[in-house]
Each structure stands twice: as C-alpha cells, then as structure tokens.
Design a protein around this ligand. Structure first.
Ligand SMILES: Nc1nc2c(c(=O)[nH]1)N[C@H]1C(S)=C(S)[C@@H](COP(=O)(O)O)O[C@H]1N2
Ligand SMILES: [Mo]
Length: 604
C-alpha cells in the first residue's frame, strides 16, 4: 500500500526547498484561503432550532448539596424544614415572651436604635427611582446568572473541578465516559426563568449579565454617594452596638406574632436595618468582587490572591450572594405587604406617609413595565442576538480590553497543583485527513503558518519539538465555569513570531482547527497579536508531560492564559496573520463568536 500522505508531504517539502523565497511565500500564502473556504461564513443573526448544533433540551435534577463524601441532600427538603423551624421558633417565642426577664428585655430594647441627630425622614424622589431601577436590574441579573450557572451546573471550593467533589449540583453525577464533555453537561432552564434559558446559551446570558451588572453598579454607586451626601445613610448603617439586642428584640416580636410597630418613614427596626445594611454594604461589594474573581486575566495577574480566592471559590460565593438576594427579595416583599401595604408602598413609590392608594397604583404600573420586559427578554434575545452582543460589547468591552494587559510569567503553580481531572470540551475532529494523520502518529502533520509574515513556514511535530522548549503550569478557565490546572509543554508563540516575522500590517492571528464546530465549518479563533508575545502564550504539544491526547487537542493546541478556554483552539492545523478578521468566517473573530455570540476579547 502506498502512503500517499507521506509522498505528498515529501513532494511538498521538496518543492519548498527548491523554490526561491518569494515564490515560497506566495505558495504558502495561498494556503490560507483553503482554511478560509472550510469556514462557515453564513451570518447567524437569529437563535433558531438548530442553534448550538441543535442541542436537545436537557433539564437537570433538583439542586443538591453534598454531605460527607458521597451523600447528597436535596434542597427541596429546606421547604418543610423551613416551615418546621418557623413553627418551632414561633412556639418558643410565644412561650417566652411573657416571662418577666423577656418583658424587661423588650422594654429596654424596643427594637430600633436611636438615629444620629439630624437624620432626615422619608424617601426622596432620587431614592424612589434608584430603588426601582435596582429592582429592574436585579431581576435580569438573577435570571441571566441562573442561565450561566446552568451551563456548568456544579459548584466547587477548589480550582479543580473534579466530578464527585462538587459541593452543589443540579445535574446528575458525571458518567464514567471519556467522551463526556462540559457542553454535554449543560442544562436548559425554562424561558421565563433563565435569560435566555436555552441550553448552552451562555454567550448571550453573559452579555445580559455583564451589561446589567455595569448599569446596576453605576446605579448602586450613585445611590451610595447620595445616601452619604444627604445623611440618609444613617438609616441603614448601624451606629451603635445596641443594634444587636434590638435585632434580637425585633425577632422575638415577629416570632411571637406581636409584630413591632411600623415606623419605616422615620426609623427602621434593627432587623430591617441590618438586612438593608448587609444587602447594600456587604452583598453588593461581594457580588462585584466574586464576579471579578472568576476572570482568567485577573487571576493570572493577582496570582497570590487567586490561590485561595480561586475561580471556584469565587463562583461558589457569587452563588451564595445570589441566594442572599433571592431570600432578601422574598422576605422584603412579603413584609412590605404584610405590614401595612398601602403605607409602605406610598413610602417608596409616592414619597408620602399616608394610607392613600397612590403608591399602590405607581407600584402596579412600574411592575407592569417590569413584567412586559420580563416576558419579552428571552424572545427578543433569540430574535436579535447580535444586538444583545453589541450592547454587551459596548458596556463591558472597555473593561475586558483593560484586563487583557496582563503579561504574567509562568511559575505560580507547581506539579502538586495539577488537577486530577480536566474536563474536555468541544466537537472532536472527524475528517478523513485528521484520521489519516492520527493513524500515522502525526508524522505527516504539518503546521502551516502564513498570511502577513515575511517567512511563512510549514512545521512538522519534530520541527516543533526541535524549537526552544517552553513549559508552564497554568489554570484553564472555561466560559462555562469549570477550571483546572495542567502543565503545558511546547513552543512559545514568541518563538513562532521570531521565526515567521509578522509584517507591520498584521494585527490579528487566526488559529484554524482540523475540527469543525458544532454547526459545521472549521473551528477557528482570532487573537490580538499583542498577546502573542506574552510569556504565557504558547502552542502546546504536551500536557502533563505526555503528548497531548486526542480529546485535549492532539497534536497541537493554543494556550493564551489571559483569555477564556474557548479561545484556545485545539487540533490546530494552521495559523494565519491578518490585518482584520471581518472577512474570516462569519466575521466576528471566532467560531463561537459567529455562532454563539461570544466576544472576541474574553478576559472575564
Ligand atoms: N477545535 C476546537 N477547539 C476548542 C474547542 C472546540 O470546540 N473546538 N472548545 C474550546 C473550549 S470551549 C474549551 S473550554 C477548551 C477545552 O479544552 P480541553 O478539552 O482540553 O479541556 O478547548 C477549546 N478549544
Ligand atoms: Mo469552554
């Protein structure tokens, strides 16, 4: 049998050796269009049935928390347990409330601390507006946040995302199947719950989440500034330690069903004050910090901090902050309605302290606006996904660009940090060409590097292995939320750049895979040329001191540690230096960008 691949490759090498340099460049430059033709250049501007490779819906299981090594506690049990605890609390409170010592205590600490001299009363118009905007943003943050969670429906405390070691899951245990991928693990949420909800719609969910975050933060900063400028801060910041006994007093009063008298217009009770204080001054900053703690670029930059405050720890805390907010909203709304609804609604919606219906009607009208946007959000996202992406790029793009300027050196992680399990992701190559190369142990493999370079090259695995060796132990961040540490061995992209010498016009570097993406057409990704000189940008042929396995991208994959995992093209067959990526594939800078509306900069 004639090995035609070997012969062809030998012939190619031979002609390459004989032709003069200019001709050779020309020849290799012509190689690039052949990659481009294999791309999908359709413009996807809707989320239809076949989107994301037509992944069928998949619903998970009721959320569970791990107790001990292998036991799982179904969180639905919290409902009856909560009711039981409540009944118990009420019986205890009613039992003790008439004891003389408790009576004395309630008399000494009636439930509210005194306010500092000159604290204003009531609810100014700016506060009414900010309160409403806050609600509005919060609902969409929660919905899109749930969609992000559903894309990797497991939570861990360490940076290793080892199946069975998660503390929380709303998905079945990971099957013992080497072809199981993180994408396969993702869940669907009902449309009105998730934003958008469809399985693996994380690209769009993240644009929603990150853009609304920015608006919510701006609103929150304005709110806090105005609180301090106007003196209203004293109503939700404890100024004396008697807030603690007063809070206990309020709790006893609530539980004994002899509720404290409402005086929200002037002074909140201590329990309210603490709840508002935690929500504004603890939960909100924590939401921001834990959000940033999930950024690959920031973690690569602040490596000491991120050893403890790692992505999974941050993601878990971020989720717990969400739980606080959901609990807060439920209890807050319930109490607003249970403790003099009309008066309470007048406070925050009409700015008066009467029992008129004005506040109620304004509340109803603004809630109707919220409901309309709520219902429309998912269908609008499916119909105009590119607009959602543009909104995201406009609001969070500048921040992502800022975070990209991190050039860390290898060395923070050691062999001991290497993860025992490293998830696989993406659609594996199935072309005849790839199969032939794989069967031949990649002896015929040639990495073709061309485009806007002075010296296009075609490199075999041996050529690559003969170049200066570079290795690094780094952490991988998948956009879905899982992470893992591995040791990568190969050549620095810097060495490749020295070899091919990009021309001054080259601004982007496109990596082409042998594998197709989920909806057909080659997987590819364009990267900013500035990042190609970073210490941690490399082409890896080894993983954990072994040649790269099939599922992790044999024979060659990219590592760029300032970015999320989807940008690290596996099974690379070619690299092209270009001036712009608008005419490559769908024109958005990568397969996932064209198809799943991801961004071309993903440092968060
Ligand atoms: N060719 C190709 N490369 C790819 C993907 C893909 O689908 N096709 N998936 C990306 C994603 S989303 C991630 S998280 C990483 C996963 O790398 P791993 O399978 O080695 O963990 O590969 C990236 N490279
Ligand atoms: Mo990923």
């Amino acid at each position: 049998m004639v090995d035609s691949g070997d012969a062809a490759a030998a012939a190619e090498q031979e002609t390459l050796a004989r032709t003069p340099k200019e001709q050779r460049s020309q020849q290799l430059r012509e190689v690039s269009p052949s990659f481009r033709e294999a791309l999908d250049s359709r413009r996807h501007d809707r989320v239809g049935a076949d989107w994301a490779g037509g992944l069928p819906a998949q619903y998970g299981v009721a959320p569970r928390v791990r107790v001990g090594r292998t036991k799982w506690f179904n969180l639905l049990w919290l409902v009856p347990i909560g009711v039981a605890v409540m009944i118990l609390g009420i019986s205890i409170a009613r039992g003790i409330v008439d004891l003389p010592v408790v009576r004395d205590f309630l008399q000494t600490y009636p439930g509210a601390s005194a306010l500092p001299e000159g604290t204003p009363e009531g609810f100014p118009v700016w506060m009414q507006w900010q309160h409403w905007l806050n609600i509005f943003f919060m609902f969409f943050m929660i919905r899109s946040g749930l969609s992000i969670l559903a894309d990797h429906p497991r939570l861990y405390w360490t940076r290793h995302s080892t199946p069975g070691r998660e503390w929380f899951r709303m998905q079945r245990p990971v099957p013992d199947d080497p072809t199981y991928t993180a994408k396969g693990d993702s869940l669907t949420l009902p449309d009105g719950v998730g934003l958008p909800g469809r399985r693996h719609s994380i690209g769009l969910a993240r644009w929603w989440h990150l853009s609304i975050d920015v608006l919510w933060l701006v609103n929150g900063i304005v709110f806090v500034v105005l609180l301090f400028v106007t003196g209203h801060w004293a109503r939700i910041v404890p100024t004396s330690w008697d807030v603690i006994p007063n809070a206990i007093s309020t709790a006893i009063q609530y539980l004994s069903l002899d509720w404290p008298t409402e005086n929200g217009w002037v002074n909140y009770n201590a329990l309210q004050l603490l709840a508002y204080f935690i929500t504004v001054f603890v939960a909100a900053p924590l939401a921001l910090l834990t959000g940033l703690g999930m950024s690959p670029a920031l973690s690569t930059r602040f490596r000491r901090i991120s050893r403890v405050f790692n992505i999974q720890f941050a993601r878990s805390l971020h989720f717990l902050v969400l739980c606080w907010y959901v609990m807060f909203v439920l209890v807050h709304v319930a109490l607003v309605f249970a403790t003099g609804a009309l008066r309470n609604l007048n406070h925050m919606y009409a700015g008066n302290d009467t029992n008129s219906w004005t506040g109620f009607w304004i509340f109803l009208a603004t809630s109707a606006v919220l409901a309309v946007v709520w219902v429309a959000a998912t269908p609008v996202t499916y119909r105009y996904p590119r607009a959602i992406r543009r909104m995201g790029l406009a609001l969070i793009g500048p921040v992502q660009r800022l975070f990209e300027h991190v050039d860390s050196k290898p060395g923070e992680y050691t062999e001991d940090d290497i993860s025992p399990y490293f998830w696989s992701n993406g659609r594996v190559p199935d072309s005849d060409e790839y199969k032939r190369l794989e069967e031949g142990g990649f002896r015929d493999y040639r990495l073709r590097v061309g485009g806007l370079v002075e010296n296009p090259v075609s490199l075999s695995v041996d050529d690559l292995r003969a170049m200066a060796h570079h290795d690094q132990i780094t952490q991988h961040f998948c956009i879905q939320g899982w992470s893992g540490v591995a040791k990568w061995g190969g050549v620095s992209m810097s060495s490749v750049l020295d070899l091919v010498r990009p021309t001054p016009e080259a601004k982007w570097v496109v990596f082409y895979s042998f594998a197709e993406g989920a909806e057909g057409g080659l997987y590819y990704d364009a990267q900013d040329i500035d990042q190609m000189r970073y210490h941690l940008t490399m082409l890896a042929y080894d993983m954990n001191d072994e040649p790269l396995t099939f599922s992790h991208g044999a024979p060659l994959r990219l590592r760029n540690e300032a970015q999320l995992g989807f940008k690290m093209v596996k099974w690379i067959q070619g690299i092209e230096f270009v001036e712009r990526f608008e005419d490559v594939g769908g024109g958005l800078g990568g397969y996932n960008n064209d198809h799943e509306f991801f961004g071309y900069r993903q440092s968060i």
